[in-house]
Design a protein around this ligand. Structure first.
Ligand SMILES: Nc1ncnc2c1ncn2[C@@H]1O[C@H](COP(=O)(O)OP(=O)(O)OP(=O)(O)O)[C@@H](O)[C@H]1O
Length: 313
């Protein structure tokens, strides 16, 4: 699976007056789960559709293992995709849907049972897809993506609408598939959904790249120099620490996160002023916090959808 790379180079795509993707470039390496993050309307689906040959780029390239989708000789064996799990014929049984796919792509029919087992859908496979829950549809969509055992996977919002157990399941599955050497690009408009799943992040806003970073680097940068503490005298502590140059955020009723002051100085100041406190320690940022930090200074980081709403309002 050595050439299992996804490459987007200077991609630009316009729909009428909307510039959906605006000169986007990034690469997804084999063996990693890359989260593709941005608010609604940021251009994620358009990029995935360009990679799958469903939208023709106006400029630039969207390449699967070095080639545009239409140049792939056996597409289902080279890339698997989940775009819209709801796009299923309601009268068709799950198993028949996969058999039809296998048949039309010249794949051995035994692959159907392999992928059904892989996604844990054996027991529901003979039921009609119209009666499937959203979670079952997602599993069937992922089974279809895995049918050709491809080294590259593109998944558009695979955890959308799933319950916590379903989210845990997808996380484990994606980690396992990446460990096998696959390149996986998984989109989400919620950073928190990618916690414990993605190794790498490509963050976009309004069709442009905002960050292309490893998760560990991002968390490290966002966690630096933050102190968490608990105090019953919240207002008093906040006033004091702010006066001494700290930036203070409240995370719940009695917990504060202080930026800009080392832990030793926080302890010293609170002790001197006899403000009661407990549990002072380094704060490890969540992925959501890191994302907020990353996008805080980007005034332009609003979704194209919001802008469209403003125009119509
Ligand atoms: N076929 C189309 N015709 C017209 N405009 C489109 C089309 N497809 C996408 N757009 C517009 O392009 C922009 C980017 O949309 P896209 O669906 O790629 O964003 P997204 O990041 O996937 O958003 P979401 O999280 O809502 O799926 C949006 O403003 C959208 O309305």
């Amino acid at each position: 699976m050595s050439d299992a790379t996804i490459e987007v180079r200077g991609l630009r795509k316009r729909f009428g007056r909307t510039l959906a993707v605006d000169g986007l470039s990034f690469t997804v390496e084999p063996g990693t789960v890359t989260g593709f993050v941005g608010p609604n309307g940021a251009g994620k689906s358009t990029t995935l559709r360009a990679l799958l040959g469903l939208d023709a780029p106006d400029e630039g390239q969207a390449l699967i293992a070095g080639r545009p989708y239409h140049a792939l000789r056996t597409p289902l064996l080279e890339v698997g995709a989940l775009l819209d799990a709801a796009a299923l014929h309601p009268a068709r049984r799950g198993r028949d849907h996969l058999r039809w796919l296998a048949h039309s792509h010249g794949l051995p029919v035994r692959r159907v049972d392999d992928v059904l087992a892989q996604v844990g859908l054996e027991s529901a496979a003979r039921r009609r897809a119209g009666g499937y829950s959203l979670g079952m549809r997602q599993r069937l969509g992922i089974a279809a993506a895995l049918l050709g055992d491809p080294p590259i996977l593109l998944l558009d919002e695979p955890v959308n609408g799933l319950d916590p157990e379903g989210i845990q399941w997808i996380r484990r599955l994606l980690r396992r598939l990446a460990a096998e050497g696959r390149a996986i690009l998984v989109s989400s408009h919620l950073m928190s959904e990618l916690e414990d799943t993605a190794d790498h992040l490509v963050v976009i806003g309004r069709g442009r790249l905002i960050a292309d970073t490893s998760v560990s680097e991002l968390l490290h940068a966002a966690s630096g120099d933050r102190v968490r503490l608990r105090t019953e005298a919240r207002t008093q502590a906040m006033e004091l620490l702010a006066r001494e140059g700290g930036r203070v955020a409240v995370t719940d009723r009695d917990t504060l996160i202080v930026t800009g002051l080392p832990a030793s100085r926080v302890v010293e100041l609170l002790t001197e002023a006899r403000v009661p406190f407990a549990e002072v320690g380094a704060h490890r940022a969540t992925l959501e916090e890191a994302y907020m930090e990353l996008t805080r200074d980007k005034a332009e980081f609003t979704s194209a959808t919001e802008t469209a709403d403003e125009v119509t309002r």
